[in-house]
Ligand binder design. Structure first.
Ligand code: HEM
Length: 511
């Protein structure tokens, strides 16, 4: 027995020694290297526990740039926003698609796009993103406005079953945002499945297909961080079959029958049609991926925007006044229609936009990732550069900028008008006496920046305008403050960790 024990102990000790001897060492010109003592995992657990505190601590000890071993990957973090431009502009040696393409295809279940099987597909997909912006955004905005009102009206009418339409209803604030935004965004992008009916009164007589879709989506989204971390889907309980159901929902034969899809989705359907190498379910998986991109961050963003407004009477009243100002003498409730609040009008709402940007600043924990294509030295500024190795990752962690007290005094505090200066949108922020170019990055940066960002900001504005116009709303008294669920750190807007309930009722003339 003792012999076996000694052999095992000796075996483990030799393995650790070997790993130690052959593991990576810092070379001249490279940033400080932090590997931890657990082979392969490195500092993965500390990073996962509280990435912000962990990175802050490392920055204090090692300076603005350092490399950390996290789950087998050497990640070089650039923590000072004044150095970000060096990374963002460096296109050739720092690739931004390698990581996201691989992660997206395994997560959503379609074959990798950038291979010889699909020549030109990636570029065509990138070009289709232009249909979320510019002129195409006008019709998206119009359709979204109609759908938001439709979904809310359905919602109020369903409360009519149990009482008067104008009675108070109580619900989780997150659930409310999720219900409304999921359906309104789906209808706006994908159009209307044929078995549904746009008449609000038909609501009671039809199957709530959207509830089933949203339920599956929620289950999938709960394991999303594990899928992105490349945990095989087979190890994640029922996730595989849930993903299959979600993908099947977007089968091209079904989608062919949906009416009035957006230009964006129509263009993507046309692109996929050009590729015989894409199977029907591959096409469906691509459409499903866009569903996640379009609501995965927007729903928690809606939650934080509304939560902060309802928690801050001053913010609420300034923003409400600003919205009411668009209607002059008219009662806003009485003019509700698809055409109210055009894109130009929404652009004028600078306090509302500031309140939204402030909520995003506080709730966004994303990471901008680039993969190093060859060993080279990255010039950070005229005085310094760091050497990185092929296959390593260079990462920006914008939360450290969003919470930097030099840039944003009292950074943990919600200040709805932080992004307004003298009645104009504020775009100049400083660290010390240097202007910071990348001070607000919930949508990423440079070439990988979210292509849906203009649509997203518009949607958030529309959601807030319409709920403020149509409803009276109050947070329930005596609740704890909302905190963030940091288990999704690195992936975008954090959802709340605790249940926040509120009550709302429809205003008299709104339906
Ligand atoms: C508040 C809401 C949103 C936030 C915070 C957000 C944030 C982001 C971020 C951080 C990225 C990755 C950028 C990078 O890698 O540097 C991204 C990518 C993306 N987003 Fe958004 N997004 C939002 C809403 C939307 C909406 C409404 C759409 C509409 C379809 C959308 C479509 C996309 C797509 C397609 C990509 C991938 C782009 C690519 O592969 O090149 N997003 N988003």
């Amino acid at each position: 027995m003792l012999e076996i024990l000694l052999t095992v102990t000796f075996g483990i000790a030799s393995l650790l020694l070997l790993l130690l001897l052959f593991s990576r060492r810092r070379r001249e010109g490279e940033p400080p290297l932090i590997k931890g003592w657990i082979p392969f995992l490195g500092k993965a657990l500390e990073f996962r526990n509280d990435s912000y505190q962990f990175l802050q601590q490392l920055q204090k000890c090692h300076g603005d740039v350092f490399t950390v071993l996290i789950a087998g990957k050497y990640m070089t973090f650039v923590m000072n926003p004044l150095l970000y431009p060096a990374v963002i502009k460096q296109g050739k040696q720092l690739d931004f698609h390698e990581f996201s393409d691989a992660a997206a295809s395994t997560t959503f279940g379609y074959p990798a796009v950038r291979t010889g099987r699909f020549p030109g597909l990636s570029d065509k997909i990138q070009r289709s993103f232009l249909l979320l912006q510019g002129f195409a955004l006008n019709s998206l905005t119009l359709t979204m406005m109609g759908n938001l009102q439709l979904v809310l009206q359905q919602d109020f009418l369903s409360s009519h079953e149990v009482g008067s339409v104008c009675d108070w209803r109580e619900e989780g604030l997150y659930e409310f945002c999720e219900r409304v935004m999921f359906e309104a965004t789906f209808l706006t992008l994908y159009g209307r499945p044929t078995h549904t009916n746009s008449d609000v009164h038909a609501h009671f007589h039809r199957e709530r297909w959207i509830d089933a879709l949203r339920d599956n989506f929620r289950k999938f989204d709960a394991v999303f961080p594990l899928l992105i971390a490349r945990i095989p889907i087979g190890l994640l309980g029922r996730t595989k079959s849930i993903r299959e159901q979600l993908i099947r929902f977007f089968h091209p034969q079904r989608m062919a029958e949906w009416t009035s899809p957006s230009e964006f989705i129509q263009a993507r359907k046309d692109i996929f049609q050009q590729y015989d190498t894409l199977k029907d379910l591959d096409k469906a998986a691509h459409h499903f991926g866009i569903l996640w991109a379009s609501v995965g961050n927007t729903i928690p963003a809606c939650f934080w925007c509304l939560y902060h407004l309802l928690s801050s009477p001053q913010a609420f009243s300034v923003v409400r006044e600003e919205i009411m100002g668009l209607f002059g003498e008219k009662e806003p409730e009485s003019v509700l229609s698809r055409d109210i609040l055009t894109r130009e009008q929404l652009e004028k709402l600078i306090y509302l936009e500031s309140a939204i940007n402030e909520s995003l600043r506080l709730s966004s924990i994303s990471m901008n990732i680039r993969v190093v294509q060859e060993d080279f030295c990255l010039r950070l500024n005229p005085h310094s550069s760091v050497c990185v190795r092929k296959g390593d990752i260079v990462a920006l962690y914008p939360q450290s900028t969003h919470l930097d007290p030099d840039i944003y005094p009292n950074p943990q505090q919600y200040q709805f008008d932080r992004f307004v200066d003298n009645g104009k949108v504020k775009t100049e922020f400083y660290k010390g006496n240097q202007k910071v170019r990348y001070y607000h990055m919930p949508f990423g940066s440079g070439a990988t920046m979210c292509p849906g960002r203009f649509f997203a900001i518009n949607e958030l504005k529309q959601f807030l305008c319409i709920t403020l116009l149509m409803c009276d709303m109050q947070l329930n008294a005596g609740q704890q403050h909302a905190t963030m669920d940091k288990s999704r750190a690195g992936l975008g807007i954090m959802p709340p960790a605790n249940l926040i309930s509120f009550r709302y009722r429809v205003k008299k003339n709104s339906i």
